[in-house]
Design a protein around this ligand. Structure first.
Ligand code: TRP
Length: 339
């Protein structure tokens, strides 16, 4: 039987996931999970790229991300795993590192942006090189499809470069080219109406937020900058709240547009209604999230099972890789032991 095609994707455990992640990629993952054999990586090592001195909450954040995943509807039967607990990934990163030039890493726009955002001027070898480790995350599982947010595209391109050079240099078609998949709203503007929704800018609505907190955040949202008074007609196409309507409650947009353009609806009531819609939309996710969050042993168990499976699969790939690179040393026998 032919194996199902594989998905590998994941997130850094830096805190709770939010609506930007949802429309950017989580929704795709939920829809595709039955069709694909899915591996979800909780990328704890990647957190160390820029949070090295502020990493005390990794374990708690791994748990939060897992609750978000399960809450949005990813089934526990998928393979969820913790990056640091699959040492094969570190090994593969090392091997791939010989195939990538420094100039290529220095050109990666996402790495450059992150270095700027986090104020890292003296960039470490590991930070600059994390796209290589991400390629290892993907290729250790020979994944076919990578559903990610738009900011991750340079890393997938880097992965494809590595596939090409690995297969050429070692003269073996071990890896196929993985394809990225970005969600229907690649960039969701946050509640400040200016920047991409992100935790660090505090312009986000998280799955873990309460309905009240969601309402507070939506009510603070910037709307139509051209509409000075309640009696002025609004400009839905230039309004951030309207953008949210069209994403999260598209069937209501006709009415909202009409009432806005005729000034029969004010921005405040519009946002209050929007918050209510969002809360309805999120209720199921939040209930499910809460249900998992109250069973931590079960959640850790899902990760333990997934991490074992991930190791077994990565180990198979690594055997092929070592052989292709002529560093498998069968004469030394079975050196297993340790971990
Ligand atoms: N870079 C991703 C993020 O910042 C996390 C990640 C690590 C990842 N390894 C991956 C995503 C492999 C897709 C595939 O959220």
């Amino acid at each position: 039987m032919q194996r199902k095609n594989r998905i590998l994707t994941g997130d850094r455990p830096t805190g709770q996931l939010h609506l930007g992640h949802y429309v950017g990629t989580l929704k795709n993952r939920v829809h595709l999970q039955d069709e694909y054999d899915c591996f979800f990586i909780v990328a704890d090592l990647q957190v160390l790229t820029d949070h090295l001195e502020n990493h005390s909450s990794i374990e708690g954040n791994v748990f939060e991300v897992m609750c978000d995943y399960l809450g949005v509807g990813l089934e526990p039967e998928n393979t969820f795993f913790v990056q640091s607990q699959v040492p094969e990934l570190a090994e593969l990163t090392m091997y791939f590192s010989f195939l990538v030039t420094l100039t290529c890493l220095q050109r990666n726009p996402t790495v450059k942006d992150e270095a700027k955002t986090y104020g890292v001027t003296n960039i470490s070898y590991g930070f600059l090189g994390y796209p290589i480790s991400q390629a290892a995350d993907i290729l250790a599982f020979k994944a076919d499809l990578i559903p990610v947010g738009q900011d991750q595209l340079p890393h997938i391109e880097q992965t494809r470069e590595i596939v090409r050079s690995f297969n050429r240099v070692f003269n073996k078609e071990i890896f196929a080219l993985p394809e990225p998949l970005v969600g229907e709203v690649p960039i969701l503007v946050g509640t400040d109406g200016t920047n991409k929704m992100s935790k660090s800018l505090d312009n986000f609505v998280a799955f873990a937020h309460s309905p009240e907190e969601t309402e507070r955040r939506i009510l603070n949202m910037v709307t139509d900058r051209k509409r000075a008074y309640r009696k002025d007609p609004g400009h839905p196409d230039e309004c951030f709240a309207f953008k949210y309507w069209s994403i999260f409650a598209p069937t209501d947009t006709l009415v909202v547009r009409q009432e806005c353009e005729t000034a029969t609806r004010g921005c405040k009531e519009c946002k209050a209604q929007l918050a209510q819609k969002l809360n309805e939309h999120l209720a199921e996710i939040r209930n499910r999230r809460q249900c998992y969050a109250s069973q931590p042993d079960f959640v850790w168990d899902i990760l333990a099972t997934g991490t074992k499976r991930a190791r077994a699969v990565a180990n198979e790939t690594l055997m092929e890789v070592r052989e292709a690179m002529k560093i498998s040393f069968p004469k030394l026998g079975d050196l297993k032991g340790g971990r």
